[in-house]
Ligand binder design. Structure first.
Ligand code: SF4
Length: 450
């Protein structure tokens, strides 16, 4: 440990998705093992690191605003260094380097094993511009993470990158092609997380269903990986997120039915249902094929809670196509649904396609769609009232414990509130609770006697 690290406080500001959170945890893990003191408060920090997001325009705006805030802190008080990492410098390097000359270091995506050295360089007054100072994060376990989630759950990514070419998306240009970790590395990560007291693991990637495709013939695929993870002693819950509809690995439904700790839950972004729009999106399926896949998931996994993500305002979506999307939502009734308005990304086929509605119209469609989903969500929540189910406690606030059911992924779905005046419940507790009411987007429950 160099003499410089002893009294240096480093703060990390995290932006973006769960995959980027794992990057933030890697950064903190390497800083901690590099001997730096970590603080969650930029006001207390000597050096601040911002881990950015850049997948759509609004996310880039948020990242740039955060950079300006840190540079203001550097000007106004004794913040000695500002480091910008993540998807923004990875994809938009030249723009941000010229736009923010007062930033001390820019780091592209990596395993961030270089970050402690870079903080030291910055403290010595050096400007650092490292596209990928650390080893590429491809194909290896991530064992040094400092978890930033409550101990009850954690994210795990079995792969990086994406082989799809959705016409509106720049993520493959940021995170590269699909690169899967060897199954042994993922199992070792799983074991380590369970040893740390993690109850629930959420599998996240650009495309979890593509797992293993790049590892050669006969290599493990997603169902094999999920089955092997389910057999790790002590893993209570396993949840699969970011599945891609086409070429769905159907053995996964058997694994879901066979293992109690593999939740009957699946996050599977569909983006749209109107075939002309799916074609313009280069999603590689039709409305009919998506309907077939979703219906088969319901048929094969009893009580499955399905989450999807849809995009409104994409080129090729007229009123008729939008109505078709609304019609399908009414018919299929996803338990969980998120939506985005189209954001034209430069150098993407959709970004250059002007055959689309105005942003104002897109926002109106978004509001109309989310209003419908709020009704569907409320109906599903109401259908749980009176039922007794397992609730995983993530947090407690005052006399209330906050948890989730099998149907609630962390941070994107609702929560369950349980009155706990005796403060008997704590993070990581798994309790049987009876749902007593639907409370807006969330649920209220009471501990069941049984
Ligand atoms: S599946 Fe499509 S939307 Fe998702 S990361 Fe890959 S290219 Fe982007």
């Amino acid at each position: 440990m160099s003499p410089l690290t002893k009294q240096i406080n480093v703060a990390l500001v995290h932006l973006g998705c769960a995959r980027n959170l794992i990057d933030s945890e890697n950064i903190l893990g390497h800083l901690g093992s590099g001997g730096y003191a970590l603080t969650g408060d930029v006001e207390q920090a000597d050096v601040a690191i911002l881990n950015t997001c850049s997948f759509i325009g609004p996310a880039r705006d948020e990242s740039e605003a955060a950079i300006n805030d840190l540079l203001e802190a550097k000007r106004s008080r004794n913040l000695r260094g500002v480091i910008v990492a993540g998807c923004l410098p990875e994809k938009f390097r030249d723009e941000v380097v010229s736009k923010f000359p007062d930033v001390d270091a820019f780091l592209g995506l990596s395993d961030y094993s270089n970050v402690a050295r870079i903080v030291e360089d910055v403290l010595k007054g050096r400007k650092v511009n490292e596209l990928s100072g650390g080893r590429a994060p491809q194909g290896q376990g991530e064992f040094l993470r400092l978890l930033q989630t409550p101990r009850s759950y954690a994210y795990l990514r079995p792969s990086h990158g994406c082989d799809h070419n959705c016409a509106f998306c720049i993520i493959p240009k940021i995170r590269g092609k699909q690169s899967s970790k060897p199954i042994d590395a993922v199992i070792e990560e799983t074991r380590l997380l369970v040893e740390k007291g993690v109850c629930e693991i959420n599998l996240v990637a650009e495309d979890t269903t593509g797992y293993g495709k790049d590892l050669g013939r006969g290599a493990a695929r997603l169902p094999d990986l999920v089955e092997a993870m389910a057999q790790v002693d002590g893993l209570k819950w396993l949840r699969v997120m970011y599945a891609y509809p086409n070429n769905f690995p159907w053995r996964l439904t058997e694994v879901m039915n066979q293992y109690d700790n593999v939740l009957p839950y699946l996050d599977i972004p569909t983006q749209h249902i109107a075939t002309p729009v799916l074609k313009r999106m280069s999603r590689g399926g039709t409305g009919e094929s998506v309907r077939r896949i979703m219906t088969r998931l319901r048929d094969e996994v009893p009580n499955i809670a399905l989450r999807t993500t849809v995009l409104v305002g994409h080129p090729g979506e007229g009123r008729a196509e939008f109505e078709e999307l609304l019609g399908w939502m009414k018919e299929f009734r996803f338990e969980r649904l998120g939506a985005f308005t189209f954001s034209p990304e430069a150098n993407t086929p959709s970004g250059n396609d002007t055959d689309r509605c105005s942003q104002e119209e897109a926002l109106d469609r978004y509001a109309e769609l989310m209003e419908l989903q709020a009704e569907i969500h409320a109906d599903f929540q109401q259908s749980l009232v009176g039922k007794t189910t397992t609730v995983l406690i993530d947090d407690t606030t005052g006399d209330t414990a906050i948890g989730r059911t099998w149907a609630d992924a962390p941070e994107v779905d609702g929560v369950v509130k349980i009155d706990d005046p005796q403060h008997n419940l704590s993070t990581g507790a798994m309790v049987e609770a009876t749902i007593i009411s639907a409370d807006g987007y969330d649920l209220r429950a009471e501990l069941s006697d049984s």
